[in-house]
Design a protein around this ligand. Structure first.
Ligand code: ATR
Length: 273
């Protein structure tokens, strides 16, 4: 029987996950079906249970249910615990297992697709909400020299720093506001704020980009005001979050099927459309 998987969210019509997983399944000869499920805002747990009852094997979870999925899971991976959010559910006889592949997806995109080794680098992570929290542990595990958290609301950046301080190892984990970044330079600047969604850019001082650095926006599909500002400064390569989307999907696919799908042909196909 064909194994069933789905992405669940609200809204969900825009999701590229069904297309991505259909290509993965074809490339790896997996007998599976992957659909999109729109759950009512107050009906997430019921929709998951209905999918399990119908034979579902696993799910991707997107906005606004990642916290709900974390609460619903019977067990969680350490990276899901750190993120306090779950984007991948695995269903088995032992219950619902929750994982989070967003950070691994970002790291895979940065290191494999964009060729940026993170060990010893200076990273600036913009934002202190769910998107930033979700990638913090996997970034620290790459052993950068420094990771600086900058957020509009400074207290939230400090709180996130304090929470992860014990896991920073040799990495210098710092936090603050945007203005105090003046005079600093970074090898990688990641925009994990929601500013791009409002067509705004975080108010960054000039001169942040070291020669050969990379400006990365987790939002995909267009040049955001953050990327446009980085381009105007010169010096930095630019990348949107499409590679992260495909890589987090590949990591979920691996959790479900035990097979790592090739991602390059999928990225190529999505970029072409
Ligand atoms: P997400 O789960 O996408 O991270 P969130 O938890 O609501 O969403 O967090 C949104 C993040 O984007 C926060 O860091 C927010 O800054 P504040 O903590 O100061 O609210 C940041 N953000 C949103 N709009 C922004 C803007 N226009 N400029 C800079 N930062 C912005």
């Amino acid at each position: 029987m064909t194994d069933r998987y789905a992405v669940i969210g609200n809204p969900i019509a825009h999701s590229k996950s069904p297309q991505i997983h259909a290509i993965f399944a074809g490339l790896t000869f997996q007998d599976m079906r992957y659909e999109a499920i729109l759950a009512p805002l107050d009906g997430f747990a019921d929709a998951v249970r209905a999918f399990i009852a119908a034979g579902g094997r696993g799910m991707n979870v997107t906005v606004p249910f990642k916290l709900g999925a974390c609460a619903l899971a019977d067990s969680r991976s350490p990276r899901a615990e750190a993120a306090k959010a779950v984007n991948t559910l695995v269903f088995s006889a032992t219950g619902i297992h929750g994982d989070n592949t967003d950070g691994a997806g970002l790291v895979a995109d940065l290191t494999r697709n964009l060729g940026l080794a993170l060990a010893g680098k200076r990273i600036l992570l913009l934002g202190a909400g769910g998107a930033a929290r979700g990638v913090l542990l996997p970034l620290l595990e790459q052993q950068p020299a420094a990771l600086h958290l900058a957020n509009r609301t400074t207290d939230k950046a400090h709180a996130l720093r304090d929470e992860f301080a014990a896991r920073a190892g040799a990495c210098r984990l710092e936090a603050g506001g945007f203005a105090e970044l003046a005079g600093r330079q970074f090898d990688l600047v990641i925009n994990a704020t929601a500013a791009s969604l409002a067509d705004e850019a975080p108010p960054l001082p000039a001169g942040l980009y070291a020669p050969g650095s990379l400006a990365y926006d987790m939002v995909y599909g267009r040049e955001t005001p953050f990327l446009a500002a980085a381009r105007a400064q010169g010096g930095a390569r630019l990348a949107d979050g499409l590679g992260m989307l495909v890589e987090q999907a590949a990591e979920s696919f691996f959790l479900w099927r035990g097979v790592r799908p090739p991602t390059a042909p999928v990225l190529e196909q999505l970029r072409a459309t």
